[in-house]
Design a protein. Structure first.
Ligand SMILES: C[S@@+](CC[C@H](N)C(=O)[O-])C[C@H]1O[C@@H](n2cnc3c(N)ncnc32)[C@H](O)[C@@H]1O
Length: 213
């Protein structure tokens, strides 16, 4: 079966709850993921029938953890997950999508331009290279390295009191346990585990939160 033949998942009702008057933009983003996202190799064709639940909603549920005025750095954003999904859900928060791969950055810029969202900036860089250039009140990441690596990479760009919100699977407590020494060494509070979207998603999103003291 060709990539184009995969049917896009029907939009769940929960989308309007999370995106409000930006629901049409979220639909347009889903359309990009299912077409050019697949063609450009940012997302596998098998993900198209679960674009909403496993990707956009899995990420957008973090919206409730953000505060108005936050400056969020989404590390290893790939196809904008979770950063762009969150930017659509939270127009009162600023986002920087940090991604190293040129083609992914090009795709992200094309999609952000098309959607016309103004609370998003895209930076092509390794996050480790952004020390002294960027400072975030929140760092988000999904499917980017281990929690330990994420801590090493992102504490230098985290504001005092800033938070790391890492989307992790069921093994989140294990990962946090492995990182326990580093969490203390880098003077982080936590971990706090969040289970989000459990009323609406078959697989709720597990988030590990760490706060810089
Ligand atoms: C497995 S993908 C996950 C993409 C997206 N977060 C998601 O959940 O679909 C990991 C992404 O991190 C990017 N990446 C890896 N190391 C990075 C670094 N040091 N700085 C910025 N981005 C990085 C890769 O290019 C890739 O797009």
């Amino acid at each position: 079966m060709s990539a184009e033949a995969e049917p896009l998942e029907a939009m769940p009702a929960y989308v309007t709850e999370l995106f409000g008057d930006r629901t049409a933009l979220a639909q347009r983003y889903a359309g990009h993921l299912a077409t050019t996202g697949v063609e450009w190799g940012l997302i596998g064709p098998r993900e198209v029938p679960r674009i909403w639940t496993r990707h956009i909603l899995n990420c957008a549920v973090l919206a409730e953890l953000l505060e108005a005025g936050d400056e969020v750095g989404d590390i290893g954003s790939g196809a904008g997950l979770p950063g762009l999904a969150l930017a659509l859900a939270r127009p009162d928060v600023s986002f920087v999508l940090v991604e190293i791969m040129e083609r992914r950055v090009e795709w992200l810029q094309m999609v952000v331009d098309d959607l016309g969202v103004e609370n998003v900036r895209i930076v092509r860089a390794r996050v480790e290279e952004l020390v002294d250039e960027e400072m975030f009140t929140v760092v988000t990441a999904r499917a980017v390295k281990s929690l330990s690596t994420l801590i090493e990479w992102t504490v230098p760009v985290l504001a005092p009191e800033g938070r790391i919100l890492a989307i992790k699977g069921e093994r989140a407590p294990e990962e946090a346990e492995k990182a326990a020494k580093l969490i203390r060494k880098r003077r982080l509070e936590g971990p706090v585990f969040h289970r989000l979207g459990s009323e609406h998603l078959d697989v709720p999103t597990t988030v590990v939160e760490l706060r810089r003291r």
